[in-house]
Design a protein. Structure first.
Length: 302
């Protein structure tokens, strides 16, 4: 399998048995059998088609910011799309490749005096991940501004999905259900004042820095907001802030975050997540559903 992919795609960077801890924001995770870095939609399509023909499973990830890869790693082919990072502005639209940084996209919008993406100024993920989970913050969501998305289906077909058909919901989009690969997204924005836009972005980033543990590796917000509650407050009220399993700790700065304080493993993260869920359910009868995406194989029961 390894030789086939590397010889078939000599112009694509493909690594073997590569630790994914090098790429995840938690600095945890096992190895990928094959890790490819395509630089165009055509390369993604060709890699997927070849994998399908050879019955090799394919996993696609972006900036790995809201992701936990189990310590057993991922079998088959993993594609990281961060080298697909083109961003362009066309009139009142911003068109960005799946691997482009959400933060960079907000900077392009501001420079073009386009408003609507300010809420995303500090979101560390990629465009593909933001579409996948309808990323949001401070009262704004991707669904507010996403106009259309170019995707690659698992059958190898490239197609455009418009806003109405994306079925956006809270931390959900149709892309999750269909398991499509996001290639690019088009955002419909409105003209604004660049200085006002920048001021709002600066304000939100200051709030983020004051409240969130940005100085430590983490997967961002771990749990979805339960209806009628705030996950962080429930965790704090349960007395779990600062609780640690292995090298993973419930952040002392924001209880909704789990941080890597001492060479944590993905298993540490998952065991701590399960402990938090169990304690909160016992104390408040509220189930905390994970927002973070958890993929890969276990080396032990987690």
């Amino acid at each position: 399998m390894t030789v086939n992919f590397i010889t078939q795609f000599p112009n694509v960077t493909i690594l073997t048995n590569e630790p994914l801890s090098k790429y995840t924001n938690t600095k945890t995770g096992g190895s990928a059998d094959l890790l490819a870095f395509p630089e165009s939609a055509g390369e993604v399509q060709a890699l997927l088609t070849f994998a399908n023909e050879n019955q090799v499973p394919v996993t696609v990830i972006g900036n790995a910011s809201n992701l936990i890869v189990r310590d057993g790693g991922i079998r088959g082919l993993v594609m990281i799309l961060t080298r697909m990072n083109s961003i362009k502005v066309v009139e009142n639209q911003v068109i960005a490749d799946a691997g482009a940084s959400m933060i960079e996209v907000t900077k392009h919008a501001q420079a073009a005096n386009l408003s609507g993406l300010e809420f995303a100024a500090g979101i560390p993920g990629s465009i593909g991940g933001a579409i996948f989970m309808n990323a949001g913050a401070y009262g704004g969501e991707t669904s507010d501004v996403a106009d259309s998305v170019l995707v690659l289906t698992r059958d190898g077909e490239i197609k455009t999905i418009n806003r109405e058909a994306l079925d956006f919901g809270y931390r959900h989009s149709r892309v999750q259900d269909e398991n499509d690969v996001v290639l690019s997204a088009t955002y419909a924005l409105v003209p604004g004042d660049g200085d006002v836009i920048q001021a709002k972005m600066d304000d939100l980033n200051a709030k983020r820095a004051a409240k969130q543990p940005l100085d430590l590796p983490s997967c961002g917000s771990v749990f979805k907001r339960p209806e009628g509650y705030f996950a962080g407050k429930l965790i704090h009220d349960a007395g779990l802030q600062g609780h640690q399993v292995g090298g993973a700790q419930v952040s002392t700065k924001h209880a909704g975050f789990i941080v890597n304080v001492d060479h944590a493993t993905a298993t540490d993260y998952l065991n701590l997540i399960h402990h938090v869920q169990a304690v909160v359910f016992k104390k408040f009868n509220v189930h905390l559903e994970t927002e973070v995406r958890i993929i890969g194989e276990s080396v032990t029961q987690d």
